[in-house]
Ligand binder design. Structure first.
Ligand code: SAH
Length: 405
């Protein structure tokens, strides 16, 4: 799965823009600007709760086109104390997407003041420094950190186990005599079996007993611990939003090409592979690290609702044409309505299906901070809502509608 998605030459994400109507699938930030704006509200509440530190690392894992962060920054741009503190770090494996992110964050490259070789890159939306990294490990430590991972965990490689007469066996990919792929069961325990054992210890025996497949994602478990350790030491919090379950995931691995499910082994590298995120495993992995507390998961609909998306949508609707209003309302319902995941949009699927219940949000925050998933700074939120419905943002909606056409 890792090779198929991120191989530096042929990986699915490496050479193409996969998002939107012309791509393979669509994500919440691409559905509506309100998504990134609400994440901005969440992050600013967290910054407030941290005591308004003067420098903060803002890290996005897997930023796609960079749309979420562009909307986030535009939304908070009026709050100078917050934006002045931001050092933005994009964790992205795809050079093609890095270029798109550079463009969407309206970045400029400047020679450094001391004349040394290293050039500085700044997003002109908020005049914040931006840098790119291949992994979280490469992001400098030592500053309070806000991490956002939207639809990142679902792309991490998972291992599937199947119940057989000899016990749980890992499903492996084999090459047949005529050079096609097929699934086989491992003859003996594999390294991922250790993670299966760990995962099963966290579950009820009844929950495991009724399953004949189990998925475990060692990378997700390890990454959660890396995030938690960083937050426990440097302070701050992480927000993970993805589609998934709050329990053991059985058999969810899927391939999507041009908004349609296809066979997982069909032409690997030409379709997106993703799987449901096991939020319970993320919670248990984080709870093994001292100094952090975990909040959620809650549904995307509850999460966006508690951040005030209803007020935001009304503010936008007051300042737009009938045509824009239609798009704003549709975007809103896609974000908070009910439905299956991943979000499905294609020529033969005219009815929009919501992302409000299958997508879930979870926060891992430094212990001293209270639950920022339920923000208590209503005042800031109101102030922010007023700020983000200014003319600049209305123009942004118009551009988004035009691009969609
Ligand atoms: N967050 C975006 C994109 C989600 S798609 C959105 O919601 O629209 C997954 C993103 O993670 C892509 O940008 C992909 O290139 C990146 N990605 C996937 N696996 C990665 C890895 N192992 N390391 C770094 N980036 C990765």
């Amino acid at each position: 799965m890792e090779e198929v998605l991120t191989n530096p030459k042929l990986g699915y994400y490496i050479n193409r823009d996969v998002f939107g109507a012309d791509g393979d699938f669509i994500t919440s930030p691409e559905v509506s600007q309100m998504f990134g704006e609400m994440i901005g509200v969440w992050a600013m509440c967290l910054w407030e709760q941290m005591g308004r530190p003067s420098k903060v690392n803002l890290v996005e894992l897997g930023p796609g086109r960079g749309t979420l962060l562009a909307d986030f920054l535009r939304g908070v741009s009026k709050f100078k104390n917050f934006t002045d503190s931001l050092h933005i770090h994009m964790v992205e494996c795809s050079p093609t997407l890095q270029k798109l992110q550079y463009r969407n964050l309206k970045c400029v490259t400047e020679d450094s003041a001391d004349g040394n070789e290293k050039k500085g890159i700044n997003s002109t939306i908020t005049v914040s420094p931006v840098s790119w990294h291949a992994s979280l490990e490469q992001v400098p430590t030592g500053l309070p950190t806000i991490i956002v991972a939207h639809e990142f965990f679902d792309a991490l490689p998972l291992h599937q186990f199947q119940k057989a007469s000899r016990g749980w066996c890992e499903k492996m990919v084999d090459v047949t005599e005529n050079s096609s792929f097929r699934f086989v069961l491992s003859p003996q325990p594999t390294p991922a079996t250790l993670y299966l054992m760990k995962r099963c210890k966290w579950a009820d025996s009844e929950e495991i007993f009724k399953l004949d497949h189990i998925e475990v994602c060692p990378k997700a478990m390890d990454l959660t611990q890396e995030i938690s350790k960083r937050i426990g030491i440097d302070g701050g919090g992480a927000l993970i939003i993805d589609y998934g379950l709050n329990g053991v995931v059985s058999n969810s691995l899927q391939a999507i090409r041009k908004h349609k499910f296809v066979d997982i082994l069909d032409n690997p590298g030409s379709a997106d592979l993703s799987a449901y995120v096991d939020f319970a495993a993320i919670r248990h992995s984080a709870e093994e690290v001292s100094g952090v507390s975990v909040h959620g998961p809650m549904t995307q609909s509850q999460f966006l609702g508690s951040l005030g998306i209803n007020f935001r949508v009304e503010a936008l609707l007051e300042n737009c044409t009938e045509e824009q209003a239609e798009s704003i309302r549709t975007g809103y319902w896609r974000l908070v309505g009910e439905g299956e995941a991943p979000f499905w949009e294609g020529p033969d699927n005219q009815t929009p299906i919501g992302m409000g219940t299958r997508y879930m949000a979870m926060a891992i925050v430094m212990c001293l901070l209270c639950s920022v998933v339920f923000p208590c700074h209503v005042l800031i939120i109101n102030e922010m809502l007023i700020s983000i419905c200014e003319e600049e943002n209305v123009k942004n909606i118009i551009v988004r509608i035009k691009n969609k056409k």
